[in-house]
Design a protein around this ligand. Structure first.
Ligand SMILES: *[C@@H]1O[C@H](CO)[C@@H](O)[C@H](O)[C@H]1NC(C)=O
Ligand SMILES: *[C@@H]1O[C@H](CO)[C@@H](O)[C@H](O)[C@H]1NC(C)=O
Ligand SMILES: *[C@@H]1O[C@H](CO)[C@@H](O)[C@H](O)[C@H]1NC(C)=O
Ligand SMILES: *[C@@H]1O[C@H](CO)[C@@H](O)[C@H](O)[C@H]1NC(C)=O
Ligand SMILES: *[C@@H]1O[C@H](CO)[C@@H](O)[C@H](O)[C@H]1NC(C)=O
Ligand SMILES: *[C@@H]1O[C@H](CO)[C@@H](O)[C@H](O)[C@H]1NC(C)=O
Ligand SMILES: *[C@@H]1O[C@H](CO)[C@@H](O)[C@H](O)[C@H]1NC(C)=O
Ligand SMILES: *[C@@H]1O[C@H](CO)[C@@H](O)[C@H](O)[C@H]1NC(C)=O
Ligand SMILES: *[C@@H]1O[C@H](CO)[C@@H](O)[C@H](O)[C@H]1NC(C)=O
Ligand SMILES: *[C@@H]1O[C@H](CO)[C@@H](O)[C@H](O)[C@H]1NC(C)=O
Ligand SMILES: *[C@@H]1O[C@H](CO)[C@@H](O)[C@H](O)[C@H]1NC(C)=O
Ligand SMILES: *[C@@H]1O[C@H](CO)[C@@H](O)[C@H](O)[C@H]1NC(C)=O
Length: 701
């Protein structure tokens, strides 16, 4: 009882001092930053890359760096390190990043998004993408390994693959950047005396990562946790999603197809990445090819006599390719193991579309592999393919040209197939050697990069249908592709094959401008409508937390919706039959896939007319074979994993001077000591202070 009195007395005193200090407490109000993208940690067999903060976030005084000279303050003269650098996007380059990385006075970087993008180009990817995991290695075709001869991405600085010990965030909203700049101007602009004038505007960046060192390490930790803990704490996840594939002629895929059935493969990749998490607009890098292949598939599905072609055509969309070919290496692995309906021996020929939207004078370049062409049989077939491509380009607005035969293939999924077997094939691109894409795997590879231009003020529904020049040009490439595939499959009459520029323009709009548009709404599954957003989709392949039981990523869902719409037929199935084809008569579910879609609006704006689509679209779980083999030290297969984290956030606030903080601390300590003394005193003198009541109490009895 007596001790209690002392504590209450002490608390009262603390409260009193607290009230007197009210001002500085009040000033420490946080403003959360709401549209940022963090750089996170990824790991491979041997390294960790990306960024992270300390457990409770890293804090620093904000310093605005708008020109190179401003760095001196951060790196040398500023009196209040550490600093969080507010970096203009145009200065996010190799020289500056290296200086900041090497300095101990930097606790984080917030980069602002630059508009228009830097004219000189911008790529934080490496100069030689996916080196070591493609066809050419030190053991095989070593004269072509490590981009000897042709450097594909000369602008690449490689920072996307480096390890940073501090957090880096992208500020995506200009308005928020302006709020921060204003806070900086109001509080941090150094005076002539170069002394800080408190309070200063500071930023806190929190992005603590659970995984360290390498995939081998974090996967070992995961499995120890899984076997010994009731509540396992997983620290990293493999990157995985689904490959999508579709056959022109419906085929029973319940087993493997007979060896004599030949398939012409057409392939593109679906994913991309950038320095920041879940930010990968990939307009030229990925979407240009994706849309071209989709348009070619639509054109071929409209042709009447395809069912009688001697060979089948397989459209393939690979996921995770940017991370050392996850999707294609898994397909080849499953083909070799007989776990995929098509085997390597069934593949007659291979055509891959890579970046195709930035053609100079409409020239499309044909790349082939010099190693496999050393074999006369393969060489003859490749020459045949080139002849067919050239014939198909007659009368179209596409000029096809061949690169020198001694040049290596550019990075392509086809390389993973060639690693396993000599298959005749070509890769089609808009570049002869170095990429035309100045923003390869970066945040600036957007619709503007491929010059998708709409008349200003065009309403959304009209923009969806407006055929841009880009759409026109890509539809011509798609026509060429469709005609080529048709002939490779054994057809000879290609006059009627034509890709539809209207479909191409709608796809470009949905994939690069805004996925929440009336077309995507009507072709989307009702339970997938959350994937539709009022902005452009991002093509980052995310981490797989539930293995092959989890739903596809957003870009894959969009792709599946579009592919089903343009290659499928409406069937008269009820919702139940559609979602569970076993219940439907004659569903032939070994041949077909069924999806139930929302359908278009019915006159009034609230109800839709859903229906069922039958198509030959299939999915294939794309996770690195390294997981299947449980070999996370693999040099043969991709070993990329993504670290888990608890929370990611950024905020700004004002910090008072150190003197003021010390005074606050000392006052607090003094109060504490006084209250201890008071407690002690009261305790010691308790008999004197409180005896009378006790005595009288006992006297009452
Ligand atoms: C690089 O290519 C050149 C010409 O093709 C060749 O002479 C040289 O040996 C190659 N370098 C390596 C390291 O293979
Ligand atoms: C892992 O990534 C780092 C950084 O890109 C690279 O240097 C290293 O070779 C990679 N390791 C493997 C086994 O691929
Ligand atoms: C940014 O600020 C401008 C002008 O204050 C305003 O019109 C615009 O809507 C704001 N944008 C966002 C995304 O808040
Ligand atoms: C972020 O959102 C919160 C709550 O809506 C708002 O108070 C804050 O000002 C926003 N941050 C910025 C920088 O605008
Ligand atoms: C700093 O110096 C410049 C010229 O030397 C002067 O015009 C300006 O008023 C000074 N600013 C302050 C805050 O003293
Ligand atoms: C060329 O490739 C074919 C088929 O892949 C094979 O049968 C043949 O033996 C190879 N020829 C030579 C000279 O290697
Ligand atoms: C080729 O393109 C030009 C301009 O881009 C256009 O005028 C012409 O009609 C096109 N030709 C064909 C055959 O599409
Ligand atoms: C296509 O080939 C078949 C058989 O070789 C032939 O009968 C037919 O006339 C050809 N069609 C055209 C348009 O060349
Ligand atoms: C594809 O979408 C268009 C436009 O929404 C629609 O008219 C058509 O019926 C759809 N086709 C299929 C097979 O879903
Ligand atoms: C669709 O199926 C229903 C019931 O199975 C049937 O009554 C209807 O006539 C069918 N409609 C068409 C167009 O086949
Ligand atoms: C598909 O093939 C399996 C055996 O491989 C067979 O049992 C099944 O009936 C076939 N389905 C169709 C629709 O032909
Ligand atoms: C829209 O359709 C729904 C369902 O068919 C109906 O209940 C509703 O009355 C309709 N609204 C209008 C304004 O016609």
């Amino acid at each position: 009882m007596t001790a209690g009195v002392g504590v209450w007395l002490g608390l009262g005193l603390v409260l009193l001092t607290g009230l007197c200090q009210g001002n500085s407490v009040e000033r420490k109000i946080y403003i959360p930053l709401n549209s940022t993208a963090p750089c996170v940690r990824l790991l491979n067999a041997t390294h960790q890359i990306g960024c992270q903060s300390s457990r409770n976030g890293d804090t620093g005084v904000i310093h605005l760096v708008e020109k190179e000279d401003d760095l001196t303050w951060v790196l040398e003269t500023g009196p209040t390190p550490p600093y969080v650098v507010l970096l203009e996007g145009s200065l996010f380059n190799k020289a500056i990043l290296q200086k900041l990385k090497d300095s101990s006075r930097v606790s984080g970087i917030a980069v602002s998004y630059t508009k228009p993008p830097p004219a000189e180009g911008f790529s934080l990817d490496v100069k030689c993408p996916s080196d070591g995991f493609g066809l050419y290695t030190s053991e095989r075709g070593s004269q072509y390994a490590h981009c000897n001869g042709t450097v594909w991405n000369p602008l690449g600085t490689g920072f996307s693959y480096e390890d940073f010990s501090f957090p880096i965030f992208l500020l995506q909203s200009e308005n928020e950047t302006e709020v921060i700049k204003q806070c900086y101007r109001d509080h941090n602009i150094p005076g002539n005396d170069s002394k800080p004038h408190y309070p200063l505007c500071a930023m806190q960046l929190l992005s603590h990562m659970h995984a360290v060192t390498s995939s081998a390490t974090c996967m070992r930790r995961n499995s120890i946790q899984m076997s010994f803990s009731i509540n396992p704490e997983v620290v990293c996840d493999s990157l995985a999603d689904y490959n999508i594939w579709s056959l022109l002629k419906p085929t029973n895929i319940s087993g493997t197809i007979p060896p004599e059935e030949q398939v012409v493969m057409s392939a593109v990749r679906v994913d991309s990445r950038s320095f920041f998490w879940n930010l990968a607009p990939a307009a030229e890098g990925t979407v240009s090819a994706l849309v071209t292949q989709l348009a070619a598939a639509e054109a071929l599905h409209k042709v009447k006599d395809t069912q009688s072609l001697p060979r089948n055509i397989m459209f393939t969309f690979f996921q995770g390719e940017v991370f050392d070919y996850i999707g294609s290496s898994r397909m080849v692995y499953d083909m070799q193991k007989g776990r995929f309906p098509v085997r390597l021996n069934n593949i007659h020929s291979f055509v891959e579309i890579s970046q195709v939207a930035l053609r100079n004078n409409s020239v499309l370049w044909i790349h082939s592999d010099p190693l496999s062409r050393a074999n006369e049989t393969v060489n003859t077939e490749v020459q045949d393919m080139i002849r067919i491509l050239k014939a198909a380009s007659k009368g179209a607005n596409v000029t096809v040209e061949e690169v020198e035969q001694s040049q290596a293939l550019p990075p392509a999924s086809f390389q993973r197939f060639l690693r396993a077997q000599k298959i005749p094939g070509v890769v089609l691109t808009d570049h002869k050697d170095a990429y035309h894409n100045k923003y390869y795997n970066s945040m600036y590879d957007t619709a503007e990069t491929i010059k998708m231009e709409y008349p200003s003020g065009l309403p959304q529904e009209e923009a969806l249908e407006y055929v841009t020049e880009t759409a026109q040009a890509l539809s011509e490439v798609a026509t060429l592709l469709a005609k080529t595939l048709y002939q490779l499959a054994g057809g000879n009459d290609t006059v009627d094959i034509k890709a539809d520029p209207h479909t191409v323009t709608r796809m470009l709009y949905g994939f690069l401008v805004k996925s929440n548009n009336s077309w995507f709404q009507s072709i989307s599954r009702p339970d997938w409508k959350d994937a539709l957003e009022n902005k452009q989709p991002q093509y980052y392949v995310t981490a797989s937390q539930n293995g092959n039981k989890r739903p596809p990523t957003i870009p894959t869902r969009l792709l599946m919706s579009v592919l089903a719409n343009i290659t499928g037929q409406v069937v008269n199935f009820t919702k139940e039959e559609c979602q569970n084809p076993d219940k439907a008569p004659d569903s032939k579910k070994e041949l077909y896939d069924y999806i139930w879609v929302q359908g278009p609006l019915t006159g009034n704006t609230t109800s839709r007319e859903p229906f069922c689509i039958r198509s030959t679209m299939h999915n294939h779980f794309a996770e690195s074979p390294a997981n299947d083999l449980n070999d996370w030290g693999s040099t043969e297969y991709s070993t990329w994993t993504e670290s888990r984290w608890k929370e990611i956030k950024a905020r700004i606030f004002l910090i008072p001077s150190q003197e003021l903080e010390i005074i606050t601390l000392l006052t607090g300590l003094a109060v504490l000591i006084i209250s201890f003394c008071a407690t002690y005193f009261i305790n010691a003198k308790a008999d004197i202070l409180f005896t009378s009541t006790e005595d009288s109490g006992s006297a009452a009895y």
